[in-house]
Design a protein around this ligand. Structure first.
Ligand code: ZN
Length: 152
């Protein structure tokens, strides 16, 4: 299995899983959201500090596989400084990318490293988990999100 995944574990993913960025809790976050992927055992908590409708800071904590940790790390880098309204369109693009491999129009930056995940259906949920949590945080949902109750 790990031979098959070697394509997937590219340098960026390895780097972010070994040294996740923004891996700390926030004091007095504006929003928090928890995500759980029971199939793999990934658990993440996102912390968001808002200034108006801008994501002024975003961090995470949790445990999980290399893919979920790298995805959460890259998510925090990507979402910091964005407006809340940008999260859902970005979620939709990431979701499309990890399920079909299509990157679509416009530069996704480092997030594009997850395009290869679509070849490994069991890993899609690991990659998308932090994005479900981000969406829950944006929408102000208090309940933890599970990859088994959302698509996919
Ligand atoms: Zn996982």
């Amino acid at each position: 299995m790990f031979d098959e995944l070697s394509d997937l574990y590219q340098q960026v993913i390895l780097d972010h899983s070994k040294s996740p960025r923004n891996f700390r809790p926030l004091e007095q976050p504006s929003r928090t959201a928890q995500g759980h992927n029971p199939l793999c055992g990934d658990n993440i908590t996102l912390y968001v500090r808002l200034e108006g409708d801008v994501i002024a800071d975003i961090t995470f904590q949790g445990s999980g596989c290399a893919i979920s940790r790298a995805s959460a790390s890259l998510l925090t880098e990507s979402l910091k400084g964005r407006r809340l309204a940008e999260v859902k369109p970005l979620f939709d693009r990431i979701h499309e990318m990890v399920t079909t491999g299509q990157v679509g129009d416009g530069d996704l930056g480092k997030l594009a490293v997850f395009a290869g995940v679509h070849k490994f259906p069991a890993r899609v949920k690991c990659a998308i988990l932090p994005w479900h949590a981000a969406l829950a945080a944006v929408e102000g949902k208090g309940a933890p999100v599970s990859t088994e109750t959302v698509n996919p």
